[in-house]
Design a protein around this ligand. Structure first.
Ligand code: ARG
Length: 456
């Protein structure tokens, strides 16, 4: 028996019925579906669209259904979707009054409402996890404003910087992710109920009241848009995809930093795995998995964009495909953020390795050229002179901070004894005093500002 079977003479084919149903996954929406129905029934009672007594009975029974699902006494099953399930149980429990709940409502606006309510919580949850990650990043960074590491361009050593500066670059990404989610939440937090099937309703409903009861900022402005819009879900999936991009990038760095070749970081046993054949192995599986899971989140985004691209107004059943993408990205992002935040403080950074890497590779060459500029050379000229100096070092197998003043003098009379200090990696970093730069002062200020933001 279907609640909509009045028009049908025959029963649904079992295959069609199974294919059509969504209860297996949309049961996740039960508490939002019930909360939405409570608000809807309350408003219907207040407006006299249904009897106050019926509204009260509906609200009371929905509370019981919520408790029963929550405690496991009632398990969603044998219904087309979560909306039908709740309504069927309600009608079983209170009879005639239950049949009035769906007055001035359609599953089209109902499912849009449920998904929006679900996403509000999903966003808040992910935001909390991002915040925890940012706190962990700042806590590590603050200890490493003097830990030198090389900055790379083209995966070639470029200039020395600090571990704090490097980690805070990721903190900026995750901080933007929070802003993106907060912005997405504004579009999520708009109340679609009252759009009904497509064109609104002739019942004298009070949409603003429902919005108020459910904590929405405002109501949707066009009923056709309200039931066919999934932009807000696309935005959520896009924000999730970008969070995973950022997680993937930092974990890619951890993977190669942990390699024997780099040796910048040692993974804790608690967050690494062994090989079933090679006894010596200690693998960065957690980082690799996070990197890999970025792929499925991109997939979810592309899934929903593709589902939506050809849909005419208004609701189409294609849109039922939105939920698994949303649920999967939420679960994936949550799990990845959680495990990564736990793993981060267990990493051991190998300061000696990092220092010799930062020092090597002629990373002070830019500053050597800048030194000549300060002494009166034009930058292009200085660039050429230092290029020759680096070639000399390559031939001699020497480092810029290993040459003597006599060596330097061979390349330019502008070099004085203070060049030997100017090319030391610590001094190179210390001189980067611009806001956002690598110096301990600049990065400390960045950390301070980030922590200030995290208080809010
Ligand atoms: N299970 C459906 C979905 O997730 C609910 C809306 C169904 N509406 C309809 N007219 N068939 O989209």
């Amino acid at each position: 028996m279907k609640m909509w079977d009045g028009r049908f003479a025959g029963a649904a084919d079992k295959l069609a019925d199974d294919f059509n149903g969504s209860l297996d996954f949309d049961k996740k929406l039960y508490k939002y579906d019930i909360a939405g129905s409570v608000a809807h029934a309350t408003m219907l009672g207040e407006r006299g669209i249904i009897d106050k007594a019926d509204a009260d009975a509906i609200v009371k029974s929905l509370g019981g259904i919520l408790d029963d699902i929550e405690s496991g006494r009632l398990v969603p099953a044998n219904a087309e979707d979560i909306h039908m399930f709740v309504e069927e149980v309600l009608t079983e429990r209170i009879g005639a009054a239950g049949k009035k709940l769906h007055t001035a409502r359609s599953r089209n606006d109902q499912v849009a409402l449920d998904l929006r309510m679900y996403l509000r919580d999903a966003i808040d949850g992910i935001d909390g996890l991002l915040r925890a990650l940012l706190i962990a990043l700042c806590d590590i960074a603050v200890k490493h404003t003097d830990t030198l590491i090389p900055a790379f361009t083209h995966m070639q050593k470029a200039q020395p910087t600090t571990l704090a500066h490097h980690l805070m670059a990721y903190a900026e990404m995750f901080s933007r992710d929070r802003e993106r989610l907060a912005d997405c939440r504004k579009r999520v937090n708009v109340m679609p109920l009252g759009a009904c099937a497509a064109t609104g309703t002739a019942y004298p409903i009070d949409r603003a009241r429902v919005a108020e009861l459910l904590g929405f900022d405002k109501i949707t402005a066009n009923s056709l848009d309200a039931v066919s819009d999934r932009d807000f879900a696309v935005e959520f999936l896009s924000a999730c995809a970008l969070i995973m991009t950022h997680l993937s990038r930092i974990n890619e760095e951890i993977v190669y930093w942990a390699s024997d070749e780099f040796g910048y970081v040692t993974l804790s046993d608690a967050f690494s795995t062994g090989s079933s054949i090679m006894p010596q192995k200690k693998n960065p599986d957690i980082s690799e998995l996070i990197r890999g899971k970025a792929g499925r989140c991109y997939g979810n985004l592309v899934t929903l964009l593709t589902v939506m691209k050809g849909l005419p107004l208004a609701y189409n059943k294609d849109m039922q495909e939105d939920k698994e993408a949303v649920f999967d990205s939420e679960t994936t992002v949550r799990a990845s953020l959680t495990v990564f935040t736990a793993m981060l403080p267990t990493l051991t950074f190998n300061a000696d390795k990092l220092f010799s890497a930062a020092r090597g590779g002629y990373t002070a060459a830019t500053d050597c050229a800048d030194y000549l500029v300060k002494k009166g050379a034009a930058f292009r000229e200085a660039h050429k002179i230092v290029g020759g100096l680096v070639r000399y070092c390559v031939e001699k197998n020497a480092a810029l901070d290993g040459l003597t003043l006599d060596d330097y003098k061979k390349f330019s009379p502008l070099f004085d004894a203070d060049i030997l200090n100017a090319v030391r990696a610590q001094n190179v970093v210390a001189a980067r005093l611009t806001p956002g730069g690598a110096s301990p002062e600049s990065v400390s200020e960045e950390i301070r500002a980030m922590r200030e933001k995290l208080k809010k």
